[in-house]
Design a binder for this molecule. Structure first.
Ligand SMILES: [Zn+2]
Length: 453
């Protein structure tokens, strides 16, 4: 069996791994590139193998950097099925059409502002393409094995990163080899997600390394957040939290309502301003057997959050002058409604902006957490006077220590580990740590490398 790295190599986005033998081709993850322009441009390159020759796709989870290229793959000739867990399917029904809509908006914007070299810029795919790709989906339960292509048996195990997230185990029957893709790996002690299930067997392991060179701060995130909110409210400011619509938005809502109930922060309105995050929250509450929150706790989130759905309500919220908390997408401030709030709130030192997840290089979120004095939004520069916080401790990715201890919990003796899904330095540090701790043979592959496994 051969494994080819078609993405997620040397960067955290664009996860795509191709497994093939003499007769069959299976793609694991079909992500979009995000972040700096050179990476985003890769989304426009022809897919490195003819999509019509791929028989099936298996997804680790719903985040766009793992699923977002699917509509383009289908548009370019992919005819097979897309397999994932039940919750991943539910979340993709929200995320993919939204991604198509955003592509169309971007193309229209480029046309209006004339910054495309094409007379009529086209979207990478449309909302309609996204709905078309969703017809190819088939969902399964964790631990239920299936054969997406003949001779390759696949199972999902919980990865603890977001709702529905999984490690993908592929057993190649004729060679009797098993390769495991970690996908994005969650935390050992996440507030809302259960820890990732230990891995039992892998001849080859493909492991993520988002935080391969970093440890999350050893602080109590609830206490840190309570202090930020109390201080900001005390000076009459607003706390803005750019958050990934799926995953971190639900965690933040839970933590904020919890500390408010314990009177550790003043009673103030909490807004969720993202139609996609609102839908993701509904899905999260519906799948309450898959995470740590009870039905009653989900109900509390539902009752105590002000959901901002329409554009009019969003504009009205933008003129709020009273202390409140606003959670809005996107998580790296690369698009979405959060941009309007940033324009209003950044220039005022009374306000605070709190980031709660990984900020990919080249994004506005990355610039802000690294102390930018101004940021460009909608063609204009906005001064950064608000307090900026980067709460890594709220991330949905395990740091290197957590990933190593997760690997240690399993019964693994892989012959080879490929370290992916990290910036160059992070992946290399992770590789060294895996070699040193376990004595396993680990390597950081380059984009388009193909290996025999
Ligand atoms: Zn993810």
């Amino acid at each position: 069996m051969k494994l080819r790295f078609l993405g997620g190599a040397g960067t955290v986005t664009g996860s795509r791994y191709l497994l093939s033998d003499d007769k069959h081709r299976l793609l694991v993850d079909c992500g979009m590139y995000q972040g700096v322009k050179t990476l985003r441009k890769r989304n426009w390159a022809p897919f490195p193998v003819d999509p019509s020759t791929i028989e099936a796709v298996v997804l680790t989870h719903a985040h766009i950097d793992h699923s977002g290229y699917l509509p383009a793959l289908v548009k370019n000739g992919f005819k097979g099925k897309v397999y994932c867990t039940k919750a991943t399917h539910a979340l993709c029904k929200v995320l993919l059409p939204d991604a198509g809509f955003l592509q169309e908006e971007d193309a229209k914007y480029a046309f209006r502002k004339k910054f495309s070299k094409h007379a009529k810029p086209e979207p990478l795919f449309t909302e309609k393409d996204a709905w078309e790709s969703l017809k190819h989906f088939e969902s399964l339960h964790y631990h239920e094995s299936f054969e997406p292509v003949r001779g390759m048996e696949v199972t999902f195990t919980p990865a603890g990163h977001i709702l529905g997230s999984s490690c993908v185990h592929v057993h190649h029957k004729s060679s009797q080899r098993t390769v495991v893709f970690s996908g994005d790996v969650g935390r050992q002690e996440d507030v809302i997600m259960r820890p990732p299930e230990p891995l039992q067997k892998a001849d080859v392991l493909v492991c993520e390394s988002t935080y391969g060179d970093r440890l999350h701060a050893d602080t109590d995130p609830e206490e840190e957040l309570a202090q930020i909110i109390t201080k900001t409210a005390g000076r009459g400011g607003i706390v803005l939290m750019p958050a990934f619509a799926v995953g971190r938005a639900q965690m933040l809502l839970y933590v904020i309502h919890k500390i408010m109930g314990q009177k550790r922060i003043p009673k103030l309105p909490v807004y969720l301003n993202s139609p996609m995050a609102i839908k993701a929250t509904e899905i999260f509450c519906k799948h309450n057997k898959e995470h740590r929150l009870s039905a009653a706790q989900c109900e509390m989130i539902d009752d105590q959050t002000e959901f901002v759905r329409t554009v009019e309500e969003s504009i009205e919220l933008d003129s709020a002058r009273y202390p409140c908390v606003i959670i809005s997408a996107s998580g790296m401030a690369s698009g979405g409604r959060v941009l309007h709030h940033l324009k209003t709130l950044l220039p005022n030192p009374r306000n605070s902006v709190v980031f709660a997840g990984f900020q990919a290089p080249g994004t506005r979120g990355d610039a802000l957490v690294n102390g930018a004095e101004s940021v460009k939004i909608h063609g204009e520069y906005w001064p950064v006077k608000a307090e900026i916080h980067n709460m890594d401790s709220l991330s949905a990715h395990g740091d290197y220590q957590e990933i190593l201890s997760w690997l240690e919990q399993g019964q693994l003796k892989p012959e080879k580990v490929y370290v992916t899904h990290g910036e160059t330095v992070a992946s290399d540090v992770m590789r060294k740590r895996i070699c040193e701790k376990f004595g396993w043979d680990a390597e950081v592959p380059e984009l388009f490398d193909e290996v025999e496994i």
